[in-house]
Design a protein. Sequence first.
Length: 143
Amino acid sequence: MENIETTSVHKFFRILLGLFMISTAIGHFTFQRIEFQAQVPDWVPMDKDLVIILSGIVELILGLGLIFLVKYKVKMGIVMAVFYVLVFPGNVTQYLNATSALNINTDQLRLARLLFQPVLIFVALWSTGALSHLLDQKEYRLQ
């Protein structure tokens, strides 16, 4: 997988997303830990606190990777997008159960959070050059 050239705007959003992930990871380990547990669906066959700790570790690694592993930014973008897809059921659970957590305490805010997830996926792919890479691969396969 080749490393795609990106602009300074892409770089800004990639680093911003990395910082967002690091700060979210810190919340998982500390002051937002209980609130994050409210988002873990009951069907997940693990202790909710363990899920939050493990996802916090993943978020920390992804955040640091987005910032520092520039050589692998395309791969990081794809992995980040997949991560956002994997945690989406937690956002759905929060919406369906009308759970107030993380300053999201109305159905409108919970719905907005659901609608924001595709934006995060797009930013992860776009800011790392992964979107260009994936589109180029699609074009190549069609020929």
